[in-house]
Design a protein around this ligand. Structure first.
Ligand SMILES: [Ca+2]
Ligand SMILES: [Ca+2]
Ligand SMILES: [Ca+2]
Ligand SMILES: [Ca+2]
Length: 354
């Protein structure tokens, strides 16, 4: 029992050591570009049974620079956006898989049609496209904290940065419209910290004794293999509300016939039903504000008031709204708080013909 405890204690110590070593082990396991690898052989021998002086021989070479990177969409779905929405975000990860610290120039391109990133088709362009780096490293775009950039500076070997592409969506786009964006990162010399380095150049011809450069990257969405660049695509998909507005009237009564076969004469009461329909399959619409300026040939019925947010059955107003809205300065007003996709809601009021 005692032995077991001691043994477990030893394991715990090992585990703690492993945790403490995590920052070091998270660093690149690739041999750094520009470093020297020296290998020394030694030889001992005897003559007449007497040990002679040890002889050694060494070989040293310089590790060349392998330039490699990846860019990947973070997540697997499109970014759902509303028409007119600003600062919509798609997220990418840029990883330096080189054996050297590099800068990475970042460029976003849009496409005119063609396949998007999620089995969809590009149909429009977003505007005001810009790139931010996840400065506080929480994986989420934080306005005012994360920094707008045109390149990633001094990215160590085998480390990843999260990059956000922000854009604005034009008004008037319909449900299902797609804007695809492609983020391309291109490796650059590290240069100075705080400045983007010069373009990388592959070493032509034979291996030299110095640090040569080899492009080792694959082909991404729009880049070629071994071009020091990598690209990935993501997209924005619009979910809009498609509202239709209709207005109908009916005679309720006249001063002579009452409600039996009433006619439209001065003194007749007329009921208006304003209906708003939100097409199925889209987004909810909220704060749908209606205002109706009454003609001077009619007088608003304050006795009847305004029925707000009632339902429809087919094309029939159900007159089941709640009292609400307002009348002032010859205008009937009311706001429908929310119209889900496929819903229809009404505003109903009455006037007397002058
Ligand atoms: Ca486009
Ligand atoms: Ca962030
Ligand atoms: Ca730099
Ligand atoms: Ca490439």
């Amino acid at each position: 029992m005692t032995r077991t405890s001691i043994w477990l204690g030893a394991v715990s110590l090992c585990a703690l050591s492993a945790l403490a070593a995590t920052p070091a082990s998270a660093q690149s396991t690739q041999t750094a570009a520009g470093s020297s690898i020296t290998n020394t052989v030694s030889m001992n021998y005897q003559v007449g049974g007497v040990t002679q002086t040890t002889q050694t021989a060494s070989d040293t070479f310089t590790v060349d620079r392998k330039v490699n990177l990846t860019v990947a969409e973070l997540g697997t779905t499109t970014t759902q956006v509303s028409p007119g929405q600003t600062a919509v975000v798609t997220t990418f990860q840029v990883t330096n898989t080189s054996n050297a610290t590099l800068d990475f120039a970042l460029v976003v391109t849009q496409q005119a049609g063609g396949a998007g990133a999620h089995a969809n088709t590009d149909t429009f362009d977003v505007s005001n496209v810009r790139i931010f780096v996840d400065t506080n490293g929480n994986g989420v775009y934080d306005a005012g904290t994360d920094t707008q950039v045109t390149y990633l500076d001094e990215i160590a070997a085998d480390t990843t940065r999260t990059v956000f592409v922000l854009a604005d969506v034009p008004l008037g786009r319909a449900t299902g419209d797609v804007a695809a964006v492609t983020l391309t990162a291109t490796g650059r010399e590290g240069g100075a910290a705080g400045a983007t380095g010069a373009a990388l150049v592959q070493t032509a011809g034979a291996n030299t004794s110095g640090m040569d450069t080899v492009f080792a990257d694959g082909a991404g969405s729009t880049d070629a293999s071994r071009d020091a660049s990598y690209s990935a695509k993501d997209d924005y998909t619009v979910l809009a509300a498609a509202l239709t507005l209709t207005k109908v009237s009916r005679i309720v009564s006249d001063p002579f016939n009452g409600t039996t076969n009433p006619k439209m004469i001065p003194g007749s009461v007329v009921e208006y039903c304003i209906a708003v329909r939100n097409a199925a399959g889209g987004a909810s619409a909220t704060n749908v504000a209606l205002s109706d300026v009454l003609p001077t040939t009619t007088t608003y019925s304050s006795a009847y008031g305004i029925l707000l947010n009632g339902t429809m059955t087919g094309s029939t107003c159900n007159l089941d709204g709640a009292s609400g809205g307002s009348y002032g300065s010859g205008t009937v007003s009311g706001t429908l708080p929310s119209l889900t996709a496929g819903d229809a809601r009404t505003l109903v009021f009455r006037v007397t013909v002058n």
